[in-house]
Ligand binder design. Structure first.
Ligand code: FE2
Length: 186
């Protein structure tokens, strides 16, 4: 969209964060702005935002609010994880595959790290300009990425906190572990 920019998007995000709405309203408010941001992503995404790591996923920091209330990343591949935050994902390049996992243990307490039963769910294929959102409690557990035999995908991920750690799941063992989430600064 002509005239839109990363700074205007971040201003809208900052206003939304300051209003402290429930996460479902925050993602409702910011989903269309994310799609506008995608339309100008080529203006601000630099090669440093598109780094990848073939042995793992790569997260490239685009923006972090000084007060820790927002973070925006360009991502290339991820493990099974949840977020502990609301989030908005927009696809910039390629087709991003998102595979859902549903938590089916009887007592899905947020602070329990064992005895977690995850069942594989469906998948969605997200084309350029697609936007998807999630909210926590219960958190959204998924694998996002592209299989090796397909062209890379680049997506923008906005979270309602500094995304410096999240839960990664071992589906077979029924456990999860809070891991530090490394990212490339640029
Ligand atoms: Fe995710």
């Amino acid at each position: 969209m002509t005239g839109y920019s990363l700074s205007r998007f971040l201003e809208e995000c900052g206003n939304a964060a300051a209003d402290n709405e429930v996460p479902a309203d925050t993602v409702l408010r910011l989903a269309v702005p994310m799609q506008r941001l995608l339309s100008v992503a080529a203006d601000f995404l630099k090669p440093s935002h598109l780094r990848s790591d073939p042995s793992h996923y790569a997260r490239n920091l685009v923006y972090a609010a000084e007060d820790g209330s927002l973070s925006l990343f360009a991502l290339v591949w991820t493990p099974v994880h949840d977020h502990g935050s609301w989030g908005i994902v927009g696809v910039h390049e390629g087709v991003l595959e998102e595979r859902a996992y549903m938590r089916v243990d009887a007592d899905p307490l947020p602070d329990r790290n064992h005895g977690i039963a995850l069942q594989r769910g469906g998948l969605v294929l997200l084309s350029p300009d697609s936007v998807t959102t999630f909210v926590p409690n219960p958190d959204h557990i998924h694998v996002t990425g592209v299989p090796e035999d397909r062209p890379r995908a680049v997506s923008l991920h906005l979270y309602g906190r500094m995304m410096d750690r999240f839960y990664a799941y071992d589906v077979a063992a029924g456990t999860r572990e809070l891991i530090a989430a490394p990212h490339f600064e640029s």
